[in-house]
Design a protein around this ligand. Structure first.
Ligand SMILES: Cc1cc2nc3c(=O)[nH]c(=O)nc-3n(C[C@H](O)[C@H](O)[C@H](O)COP(=O)(O)O)c2cc1C
Length: 214
């Protein structure tokens, strides 16, 4: 029955265009001050079974890499505005979204499906079995194409990319706090296993953010 309902939502929803799903427009105004989110932000590893809404997922992705100007500048700063980051998600409990692996497309504020099915256990296995990855409603994986930055800045470009990952991750953590959503940043994982699971080519996985309702 649930599968039938999901099929209906997928095929008759105007926001679905093949493998691409347009995300709801991000909010530019919120109810919580930046000072409050800074003072309350905490790493959260225990999540309830309540799903994340598609709008909330979209808001978090926008916080990570959303486009905020006509010139193409984004929510997070980028050395030389070269934007080396690519965001992937591994979902398991997002309302109105089939479980799977998706890539965020900032230019259309959409997600593009890479593969179907709940892959949270495989992702957890690639991260020393950390349980919060499996219980998270969604895992956000921040990856980077290093050469987008190193062609201009050489070796130092690598440092810039790593700094940028921190900018994007902190944006997500603060946005999540403002929405009452819990996040755990995860740096302990095996790169090759994550690359294989996400079918990455030139992207290097650098950070995982596990996300779920508190
Ligand atoms: C670069 C980095 C890597 C981290 N990796 C992990 C991790 O693999 N697993 C985990 O449970 N927490 C991880 N954390 C979360 C820290 O344990 C957490 O930030 C720290 O205990 C401070 O708590 P707070 O974030 O609530 O202030 C990581 C944090 C950072 C900044």
């Amino acid at each position: 029955m649930l599968e039938l309902l999901l099929t209906f939502v997928v095929f008759f929803n105007p926001f679905y265009q093949g493998n691409e799903i347009l995300l709801p427009k991000p909010e530019k105004f919120g109810k919580v001050s930046i000072e409050e989110t800074l003072s309350k932000r905490r790493t959260i590893r225990n999540y309830s079974k309540e799903p994340i809404q598609l709008k909330e997922l979209g808001q978090l992705l926008w916080a990570a890499q959303g486009i905020t100007s006509d010139e193409g500048f984004r929510t997070a700063p980028s050395a030389g505005a070269l934007y080396p980051l690519e965001i992937f998600i591994v979902t398991g409990n997002v309302e109105e979204l089939e479980d799977g692996i998706y890539r965020y497309n900032p230019s259309k504020h959409s997600i593009i499906k890479i593969s179907s099915g709940d892959k949270r256990k495989q992702l957890a296995d690639a991260a020393l079995g950390q349980e919060q990855i499996q219980t998270a409603a969604v895992n956000i994986i921040i990856t980077a194409v290093l050469k987008r930055t190193t062609w201009k800045y050489g070796e130092r470009g690598k440092r810039y990319v790593h700094i940028e990952v921190g900018h994007a991750a902190q944006n997500v953590m603060l946005q999540a706090e403002a929405l009452g959503i819990g996040v755990c940043p995860v740096g302990a994982f095996q790169d090759e296993k994550v690359k294989k699971l996400l079918s990455l080519n030139e992207e290097e996985p650098l950070y995982i953010l596990t996300v779920g309702k508190k």
